[in-house]
Design a protein around this ligand. Structure first.
Ligand code: XMP
Length: 349
């Protein structure tokens, strides 16, 4: 018998079941995209500030900042619209990159936006324990974020709204049944007011990444922030095949530091390290070592809808393999993905 709980056994909140979603029965695409060429950035910013301000009124709003481009841009829009009526949280899920929580807080401090780190590591690892199926892992992360962590933060603060950086590609992939992106709720039939006690505001839902970067630039974000390579909401959990434990996340975190150092000047859209589930035989100090496998991915893409692996030089690949096997304990194999999206996807989970 499988130890992995089946979907439906974990107190699911979606009105649309996972099976219905996969069959496409809930798939409505109501949002209209605004393409970069049609975007009047100044007007867009003014309209969003007005929308956020009138939705929140005299109340308080909570903002989910992950430090990715999308949530950083939402933070700037919401800060302009709400000032002290906005409470921004960085949720430390235990799944983030090296030193990420402190780095994000310090970037936003420079912009005059206070951000509080909320430690939810135990909650996330408890929710992920024993899960190996990619969609079950995504579902567990979604529930922990929205029901447990934000549900509690909203209740304690008396806020009635949660702001987040959902973008057009996130909805499209979920609706098309490719992946259930962690931040998609309404399109899956989730009434957040009824189920979590708050409304969700998604100012960037009509835009894709290049347009979001442009809005970020105009709102005054630092270039390091609005030009950051995309990073998924489920964070390093999207890059661990098999069970997600603190030890396995730490392996992929250390490999990620190396991949980001080596590829940050590559001009690629996104680059990442993945930890495989299977171990393989290798050798170290003349002895057998049954070790871990890391896969490196590096993507050329415009908007994450399609992508091709960057043609990295062999020297770069060799350096990556040498550094990862020498610096990340227990890794005996490093591979490079050469498959396009589709049929591959950018993340492995
Ligand atoms: P995939 O792996 O579907 O990823 O080709 C497309 C883009 O989306 C990012 N990604 C996510 N972003 N929540 C997010 O906010 C998610 O659940 C999620 N999953 C993938 C991914 O990094 C890539 O840029």
């Amino acid at each position: 018998m499988s130890l992995t709980p089946k979907l439906g056994e974990r107190g699911r909140f979606a009105k649309v079941s996972f099976k219905e979603w996969k069959k496409g029965e809930s798939n409505t695409m109501k949002t209209q995209e605004i393409e970069l060429r049609d975007l009047d950035s100044k007007k867009f910013i003014e309209r969003k500030i007005e929308d956020i301000s009138s939705a929140v009124g005299d109340g308080l709003a909570i903002n989910a900042l992950s430090g990715g481009v999308d949530s950083s841009v939402v933070t700037m829009l919401a800060h302009k619209a709400l000032g002290s009526k906005l409470k921004s949280y960085f949720i430390d899920t235990g799944l983030m990159r090296q030193d990420e929580p402190e780095q994000i807080v310090s970037w936003f401090k420079e912009l005059g936006v206070p951000v509080e780190i909320f430690d939810a590591q135990k909650e996330f690892f408890d929710a992920l324990e024993g899960l190996t199926d990619p969609e079950e892992k995504r579902e567990a992360i979604t529930q922990t974020f929205y029901k447990d962590v934000f549900g509690r933060l909203v209740k304690e603060s008396g806020a009635k709204h949660l702001l987040q950086g959902t973008n057009y590609t996130d909805i499209e992939e979920t609706v098309a049944g490719v992946k259930r992106q962690h931040n998609i709720l309404e399109q899956l039939g989730v009434d957040t007011q009824e189920q979590f006690g708050y409304k969700v505001i998604e100012p960037l839902i009509e835009l894709r990444k290049p347009a979001i970067r442009e809005i970020g630039r105009l709102t005054g974000l630092q270039e390091e922030l609005y030009q950051r390579p995309p990073f998924p909401g489920p964070a390093l959990a999207a890059r661990v095949i098999g069970e997600i434990t603190p030890e396995r996340v730490e392996l992929v975190r250390r490999a990620t530091v190396i991949v980001e150092e080596e590829l940050c000047d590559s001009g690629a859209f996104q680059y990442l390290a993945v930890l495989h589930e299977d171990r393989v035989t290798g050798m170290r100090d003349g002895k057998r070592d049954f070790g871990f496998q890391i896969e490196v991915r590096c993507w050329d893409s415009e908007d994450a809808v399609t992508g091709s692996p960057t043609r990295l030089s062999y020297d770069t690949l060799e350096k990556l393999a040498d550094r990862i096997t020498n610096e990340v304990g227990g890794v005996v194999s490093v591979t490079y993905n050469i498959t396009k999206k589709p049929p591959s996807t950018i993340e492995v989970i």
